[in-house]
Write a protein that binds this ligand. Structure first.
Ligand code: ZN
Length: 275
């Protein structure tokens, strides 16, 4: 499937050039799609007023704030999704990179202790508004779905790896209500890509899904920490169930007389004291 989401490039909305010496930004291999909110007022007081002109203006305002107040080299995010359903490129080069299966190093999801790693190597979407209790409007939701479909497809990212900013950093972002709707977002994206998952796999932090190779999330972080505590080495505590974590799980399973299939189901979970 081609990259079908319609995106206004940084050049088209009149972005400032990045700080001298920082561009082009480093290309990265993305693993996640990361959902944010801008923490602005919601309609009818939304900064973009739901129009394309307002969207272009809002993109410029955010870039100015990121560069002049936070001293970042450019917009911190990769994409902005406004209340009118307009998608705008953030950091220069993001659109070209994701169309080719990459992302670029950005500044929207730094890792805090005990949280997922490598957020800034994956595309971050700023959604205009504050979604602690406010329900995103239909136009904005549809463009969010469209963008996620294109990103997951072109960058080979599983819809299960659509995460919220709070999975990476100590923050309320993207708001309690929007965060609670990430399972619905994953489902709609998966449907459009023709992928099927069990309902429990789509949840934010399912306690019942077996953890196995390529699983990600806070449950994997807990697993990796527990393996370390027990003297097994899962590699980095990064929330990604890779080869090192699998090897550590197998070694643990052998040590307690379980079949070493490398899958953390009920028995392994219990032996590790995780449930
Ligand atoms: Zn955020």
């Amino acid at each position: 499937m081609p990259f079908t989401a319609k995106v206004v490039t940084a050049a088209e909305w009149g972005a400032r050039s990045p700080e001298p010496g920082t561009f082009p930004f480093q290309r990265t291999i993305p693993r996640y799609v990361i959902v944010h909110h801008t923490d602005n007022q919601n309609p009818p007081n939304d900064p973009s007023t739901g129009t394309i002109e307002g969207a272009l203006r809002f993109a410029r305002i955010i870039q100015t704030s990121h560069m002049d107040e936070r001293s970042w080299s450019d917009s911190g995010h990769n994409f902005l999704n406004t209340t009118g359903g307009f998608i705008l490129e953030g950091r220069h080069g993001s659109l070209n990179a994701v169309k080719q299966g990459f992302c670029i190093q950005s500044a929207h999801a730094a890792q805090d202790p005990g949280k997922l790693a490598n957020g800034n190597q994956s595309p971050g979407i700023e959604n205009e508004g504050n979604f602690m209790t406010f329900q995103m409007g239909q136009k904005q939701w549809q463009s969010l779905v469209e963008l996620c479909v294109s990103l997951c497809d072109s960058c080979n990212i599983s819809p299960l790896n659509i995460k919220g900013h709070r999975d990476f950093s100590n923050t309320d972002c993207p708001g309690d209500l929007l965060y609670s709707q990430l399972p619905r977002l994953r489902k709609q994206v998966a449907d459009k890509l023709g992928l099927q998952f069990m309902p429990e796999e789509l949840e934010n932090d399912s306690q019942v899904v077996d953890l196995k190779f390529s699983s990600t999330g806070s449950a994997v972080i807990k697993l990796q920490q527990r393996l370390r505590d027990r003297g097994f080495n899962p590699g980095a505590v990064d929330g990604v169930f890779g080869e090192n974590t699998e090897a550590a799980v197998k070694a643990f399973q052998r040590s307690v007389g379980l079949q070493d299939d490398g899958i953390v189901g009920n028995n392994t979970r219990t032996k590790l004291g995780l449930s």
